[in-house]
Design a protein around this ligand. Structure first.
Ligand SMILES: Cc1cc2nc3c(=O)[nH]c(=O)nc-3n(C[C@H](O)[C@H](O)[C@H](O)COP(=O)(O)OP(=O)(O)OC[C@H]3O[C@@H](n4cnc5c(N)ncnc54)[C@H](O)[C@@H]3O)c2cc1C
Length: 323
């Protein structure tokens, strides 16, 4: 089989298929704006949940359960201290209550101002309350991509273009619409800007878990990394615009600093643009498009999280046949 696209979805599909005994080749155009490369790395179906997106949330919860074994098979570490979701204004705290209400889950609990500061002492004074989502995970997405490459190579996946294959899997993220008429004008790029900050001597340490903030209605997240933090992310319908905008960086830094003032002493080491693959209903498209062609795209804000889930589904589709 042939996989077109070497982001987290294409690589995971290739790996699962190779492990299932298929002969696999993968071709990638190496875009620096691949969502997988720039992403924050949250594996967080609960704190990403929103009314109306129940299908994606349910898929995400299933995918999250696959991650400990998936990561262990790749020798990739996971951040497993959960997510703290915090709010600033009364309206922000209402949003948190709404998210908590979607889950009848004792691991999702609203906490008062004192309790959140006991867990994360460096939160800013404007933060008024929060919620701990204990089950969320996070991963260093670039470490994950390297590990997936290595594992694919070890399983015999070849990296080449122009192969004649019985089955082709289209996994080219936001670019998938260019690869099949059934995806044209269905998959669209959703631009996102994201920052990487590096800890400097004397600065307060990075948080011990992912912090998501609702800051006067705007969303912000800070995902810890070894030696720093990733701050994301803006979201625009702007086609394939690759510019990092002044307004995007300003908003991200302002809101991140409201949540964690200590980051002002960090170094701003990267500002990047990546493209999410939007689908009409934000639900991924993982199905046969025609005999011999499978789509595995449209993962929007959750492609890292959903990767093992999608990869398993694609192998099941191939084993079941196109009928
Ligand atoms: C700012 C930002 C933050 C995000 N944060 C998170 C997060 O915290 N958690 C999460 O789960 N998800 C997150 N996402 C979403 C996630 O990154 C995507 O859903 C995921 O990367 C989709 O993976 P993919 O492999 O489908 O696409 P991509 O990662 O975009 O990869 C597509 C690949 O296809 C290649 N390609 C393009 N055209 C062709 C062609 N013609 N032939 C062959 N190859 C081609 C490209 O070079 C690219 O490598 C974020 C996205 C963005 C933009």
């Amino acid at each position: 089989m042939a996989v077109r696209g070497g982001g987290v979805i294409g690589l995971s599909v290739a790996l699962f298929a190779a492990r299932a005994g298929f002969s696999v080749s993968l071709c990638d155009l190496g875009s620096p704006h691949a969502g997988s490369r720039v992403a924050g790395g949250m594996l967080a179906p609960v704190s990403e949940a929103w009314p109306g997106e129940e299908t994606v949330t349910a898929q995400g919860v299933e995918a999250l359960a696959m991650w400990p074994e998936f990561a262990a098979s790749l020798n990739v570490g996971l951040f497993n201290n959960g997510t703290m979701v915090v709010g600033v204004s009364p309206g922000d705290l209402d949003d948190l209550r709404r998210i908590a209400g979607l889950f009848n889950d004792p691991s999702v609990g609203l906490l008062n101002n004192r309790a959140i500061r006991q867990l994360e002492p460096t939160l800013g004074p404007a933060v008024r309350g929060g919620m701990l989502v204990a089950g969320d995970l996070a991963v260093d997405n670039r470490e994950l991509l390297s590990a997936l490459h290595k594992a694919c190579a070890e399983e015999g996946v070849t990296f080449q273009s122009d192969v004649d294959a019985k089955v082709t899997v289209i996994a080219a993220g936001a670019w998938s619409g260019e690869l099949h008429p059934a995806l044209k004008n269905v998959i669209r790029p959703v631009k996102g800007e994201i920052l990487r900050l590096t800890h400097r001597p004397g600065a307060l340490p990075p948080p011990s878990r992912t912090i998501r903030g609702s800051v006067h209605g705007r969303s912000i997240y800070l995902v810890p990394r070894k030696g720093g933090v990733v701050v994301g992310a803006t979201q625009y319908e702007a086609g394939f615009d690759t510019d990092v905008s002044v307004a995007g960086v300003r908003d991200l830094l302002r809101d991140a600093e409201t949540v964690l003032p200590g980051i002002a002493e960090y170094a701003l080491t990267e500002a990047a643009v990546g493209f999410r693959a939007g689908s009409p209903d934000n639900v991924p498209i993982v199905r046969w498009l025609e005999p011999g062609v499978i789509a595995a795209t449209g993962h929007h804000r959750n492609g890292l999280l959903l990767a093992p889930h999608t990869a398993r589904l694609v192998v099941e589709l191939i084993e079941g046949g196109s009928s």
